[in-house]
Design a protein around this ligand. Structure first.
Ligand code: TYM
Length: 408
């Protein structure tokens, strides 16, 4: 401790500095984040924090602006985090937009995949159904090829860091930022007064999910883009407000491929959704081969033949959707699908698409059913995953508590 720097500090300030130094927080004008596996930064200059304390008028300005992003690349290790809500009717969009990509990414980076039950209860969930749905998402992860010996699979509520960091982020994020979230507007509908407070602050919890692991890459569908931008803003503001540049990485959304926004089979202008009242609007991951084929056969299309170029898909949302689904399932660009089917009618295209969808999805549905017949085994996977997840998040949270100024 360099007391020379505190100049004429009185005994009380000296005592506080001595305590902080003892706790490993301040040394020679440098605040130290305790050493640990997940703390790539050790030295944090005190400047930003002391100006915050001595110049409270700064605070109003600090609190509304989104600070500029750091130009430095994140020096920690890359890590993937993503999650799916355990709400009923997990569908083809969840599979192609997210879960199938999780299975690929586990081979490229350390990966953490969560069943986000805290998110699910932002709208009413029957407790018995919630337990089943939580196992169902875990079963979907496993059936899609996520290996629990490699990637971490767990339920969000079993790791306390999510809720704790979410509270801190509620105090970092601004009302104005959350007010702009289009998904809240859509989900709350006309009667915002009756929406849960949790639904409003949901994106701060999502930021906490990612940043509790200092995750750098987040595979999601297109609909989560705005939430991920908010997560980046929260990370940046936390780093800025507490004078700890790069404590949190700015997570990169991974929104790639031809199926980042799978649309309803009944209306190509609406996203395929778990909550659509029409079961014919979506292919559920639990559907058997007959249902999958039937839903594709009855999917809305138009009377024109399949075009020969991507430009020809403009203003034909249902056709664009089916071509995108085909491309995603066949792992090829949309151009290849159009080259093969150009000029053909849907009576030729749909049976081939149905065959492809059944070949990929029916085995996953039967694997899911097999896992769900052994709920204890699924629970064991989730419990082991929660331990591993907690082992990553707990030391990061310990650092966060110190940075924020909580006694530890
Ligand atoms: P959720 O449960 O609504 O959806 C899970 C994943 O599926 C993607 N998705 C789609 N992709 C393509 N086409 C569709 N029609 C479609 N519908 C859904 C979603 O984009 C998502 O990737 N808030 C998130 C869950 C979450 C999360 C997180 C994700 C909570 N914390 C942290 C990433 C990181 C959600 O409600 O997903």
């Amino acid at each position: 401790m360099d007391f020379g720097k505190t100049g004429g500090a009185g005994p009380k300030l000296r005592w506080i500095c001595a305590r902080l130094a003892r706790d490993g927080l301040i040394l020679c004008g440098i605040r130290l984040v305790p050493d640990g596996l997940h703390s790539p930064f050790r030295k944090i200059p005190l400047g930003a924090e002391s100006s915050r304390m001595t110049n409270p008028s700064d605070d109003a300005q600090r609190s509304t602006e989104i600070p500029a992003a750091s130009a430095q690349p994140w020096p920690g290790s890359p890590r993937v985090f993503s999650g799916v809500q355990p709400t009923a009717n997990i569908h083809l969009g969840n599979y192609l937009g997210a879960i199938r990509r999780f299975a690929d990414l586990q081979h490229q980076m350390e990966s953490v995949f969560c069943v986000v039950d805290l998110h699910a209860i932002t709208v009413w969930q029957d407790p018995v159904a919630l337990r089943h749905q939580t196992r169902e998402i875990a079963a979907a992860y496993l059936a899609a090829g996520i290996d629990p010996a490699k990637a971490i699979i767990f339920a969000q509520s079993r790791v306390p860091a999510h809720a704790e960091l979410a509270w801190i982020f509620n105090c970092v994020a601004r009302m104005g930022w959350l007010n702009r979230m289009t998904q809240f507007k859509e989900k709350a509908g006309k009667d915002k007064e009756r929406a849960s407070v949790g639904l409003f602050v949901y994106p701060a919890l999502m930021a906490a999910d990612i940043l509790a692991y200092r995750a750098t890459h987040v595979p999601v569908g297109e609909d989560q883009k705005q939430h991920l931008e908010l997560a980046r803003d929260i990370a940046q503001k936390f780093n800025n407000d507490f004078g700890c540049p790069d404590f949190f990485p700015l997570p990169e959304p991974l929104i790639e491929g031809p199926a980042t926004r799978v649309m309803s089979l009944r209306d190509g202008t609406k996203k395929m959704s778990k909550s659509d009242p029409s079961d014919m609007s979506r292919i559920n991951m639990t559907d058997d081969a007959d249902s999958i084929a039937n839903k594709i056969r009855r999917a809305t299309t138009d009377a024109l033949p399949i075009p020969d170029s991507v430009e020809g898909l403009a203003n034909r949302p249902e056709v664009e959707n089916l071509v995108g689904i085909y491309a995603a399932l066949a792992n090829c660009p949309r151009e290849d699908v159009l080259a093969r089917f150009a000029g053909q009618g849907f009576s030729q295209f749909k049976p081939v698409l149905a065959e492809l969808a059944v070949a990929e999805l029916a085995p996953i549905a039967s694997e899911m059913a097999r896992y769900l017949r052994e709920p204890d085994a699924v629970d064991q996977v989730l419990a082991a995953g929660a331990e591993r997840a907690d082992a990553i998040a707990a030391p990061i949270m310990a650092d966060v508590r110190k940075i924020v100024g909580f006694l530890t």
